[in-house]
Every structure is written in structure tokens, then in C-alpha cells.
Design a binder for this molecule. Structure first.
Ligand SMILES: NC(=O)c1ccc[n+]([C@@H]2O[C@H](COP(=O)([O-])OP(=O)(O)OC[C@H]3O[C@@H](n4cnc5c(N)ncnc54)[C@H](OP(=O)(O)O)[C@@H]3O)[C@@H](O)[C@H]2O)c1
Length: 249
């Protein structure tokens, strides 16, 4: 599908978000205009500088949940209604139960889940979206399995899968599709750092649990592209794993 004349908002679009940047590259290559959102302006400008089409940078902290409606209104006033968004920004880390605090719970859920709800509500208002729009959340395989010391991350991503289903039902009458992409471990600086922390033996076990091998950021971006495009026009409410077979086991 040619994405010329389509415009998408991408959260977590900084150049150092491996998946976010790969999504921007893919959509740019397909001709889309992008609205790049994240807290730090400079890495968003760096993403923009690497892309070819006309794109816009909007520094915004998604933990400011009360301001997401105004953000959407400003975007629509300036650039017109959107053809969809990709909520890729996230709060990641470890949260062993012995140390958990209410603030930590808010940190994970505000960005990973509540911001997704607010974006969905804000952009599904009349005149804020183009009919046929597609909303995509980047979830995680962690949301489909139990994971030691990652209760908050996993639960916040599981909540996205639930949101995907309810929002898909509610927004079908507006011709908006809602889906989620759930990667397992993705190749890159972050996973390399994780392997160093857990050591050789656990790394080998982790790698063995991805029978097709670890995904590249581009594999996630291709799935996002599919879910935005008309090729998936009858897919809504789904969470698609891009996990090298991790969840099959
Ligand atoms: N990497 C993996 O192996 C993996 C596996 C499974 C799922 N995922 C999911 O895939 C997505 C991308 O992962 P990644 O590892 O590429 O991400 P990342 O490098 O951690 O990037 C996260 C992005 O979110 C933005 N962000 C964080 N807090 C924000 C806030 N309060 N407001 C606005 N933007 C905020 C950050 O930019 P600023 O700091 O400038 O705000 C950054 O660009 C995430 O949803 C992650 O959970 C990743």
C-alpha cells in the first residue's frame, strides 16, 4: 500500500529507540508523513533528519495524561486528522515485588497503558481521524507470559492486549481498527546489555526459547506497516506476536 497522503503519529520516535526508529524508517519509505512524539526534542530531530518526507517533531511527555486531549487538538488543528497512531513509547525495567512502590506502578502504567487509552480516546473523536484509521500499540510478549521481577512491565503490556479488544469493538462503528504488536526480545543495544547482565548460561536459554531467533527492529516495523495498511482491513482487536516463536513454547 502506498502511504502517500497518509499521516501517522508515532510515540517514542527518538533515534535511540531501536523499534521506534525502525517504524519511522519503514513508514517514511512507504511515503507517509509522520508526527514524531517523545520527551527529548534533539533525538526526535535526529530521527527527522534521517528520513526523506515531510515530518513534524512534537516534544511531549506522555505521563501528562491530562494534556493528551489538548495535544491531539493541537495536532489536528495544525496538520489535520490522522490516519492512525503507533504507541511505541514505554517505561521499561525490572520491578521485583519486594521493592514495589505505588509510584513505580504509576510510572509503568501511565506510559505503557494509560497514555494508550488517552491517545485512543483523543484521536477517535470526530474529525480527529480519517475513516479507515488504524491504531497500533506496541505491547510485548512479556504481557502474555509470567516473568520474574517484571510484574509491572508485563501487567502494563497485558493491559494493552485487553484495551485492544475493547477499543476495537467500540471503534469499529467509526471504521477505526485497533491492534497490538507484541515483540519478544529484539536484537539491539538493549538486548545486548541484558545478555551481559544475565550471563552466558541464561542468555543461551533465552536464545533457545526463540526458535526462529531474535527479531530485528525491522521485523516489528513490518508488522506495524501491515496493521496500518489495507492488507489487514479485516483485522481488529488482535495482538500479533513478533517473537521468533517464543510464545509458541
Ligand atoms: N527492545 C525490546 O527488546 C522490546 C521487546 C518487547 C517489546 N518492546 C516494546 O517496544 C517498544 C519500543 O522499545 P524500545 O526498546 O525500542 O524502546 P526504548 O528504546 O526504551 O524507547 C522508548 C521511547 O519512549 C519514549 N518515552 C519514554 N517515556 C516517555 C514519555 N513519558 N513521554 C513520551 N515519550 C516517552 C522515549 O523517548 P524520550 O526519552 O525522549 O521520551 C523513547 O523514544 C516499547 O513499547 C517496548 O516496550 C521492546
Amino acid at each position: 500500500m502506498n502511504m502517500k497522503n497518509k499521516q501517522y503519529l508515532v510515540t517514542g520516535a527518538a533515534i535511540d529507540s531501536e523499534i521506534g526508529f525502525a517504524i519511522c524508517q519503514k513508514l517514511d519509505a512507504e511515503g507517509a508523513k509522520l508526527i514524531l512524539v517523545g520527551r527529548r526534542e534533539e533525538p526526535l530531530q535526529q530521527t527527522k533528519a534521517q528520513l526523506g518526507n515531510e515530518h513534524y517533531v512534537i516534544p511531549f511527555d506522555l505521563s501528562q495524561l491530562d494534556d493528551i486531549n489538548s495535544l491531539a487538538m493541537t495536532i489536528v488543528e495544525k496538520y489535520g486528522p490522522i490516519d492512525g497512531f503507533i504507541h511505541n513509547a514505554s517505561f521499561q525495567g525490572y520491578s521485583p515485588l519486594r521493592n514495589i512502590s505505588p509510584k513505580q506502578i504509576r510510572d509503568y502504567f501511565d506510559i505503557n497503558f494509560s497514555a494508550a487509552v488517552m491517545l485512543t480516546a483523543a484521536f477517535s473523536r470526530q474529525k480527529h481521524f480519517v475513516p479507515g484509521a488504524s491504531f497500533v500499540y506496541i505491547g510485548s510478549a512479556a504481557g502474555q507470559r509470567g516473568l520474574k521481577a517484571r510484574t509491572l512491565y508485563a501487567a502494563s503490556k497485558a493491559a494493552l492486549t485487553s484495551l485492544t479488544k475493547s477499543a476495537a469493538l467500540e471503534l469499529a462503528s467509526k471504521s477505526i481498527r485497533v491492534n497490538c504488536v507484541a515483540p519478544a526480545i529484539v536484537k539491539g543495544a538493549k538486548s545486548n546489555k541484558q545478555f551481559l547482565t544475565i550471563g552466558e548460561q541464561q542468555t543461551s536459554m533465552l536464545l533457545a526459547s526463540h526458535p526462529l531467533g531474535l527479531s530485528e527492529p525491522e521485523d516489528v516495523a513490518n508488522c506495524v506497516y501491515f496493521l496500518l495498511s489495507d492488507m489487514s482491513n479485516k483485522i481488529t482487536g488482535s495482538t500479533l506476536a513478533v517473537d521468533g516463536g517464543f510464545l509458541a513454547g
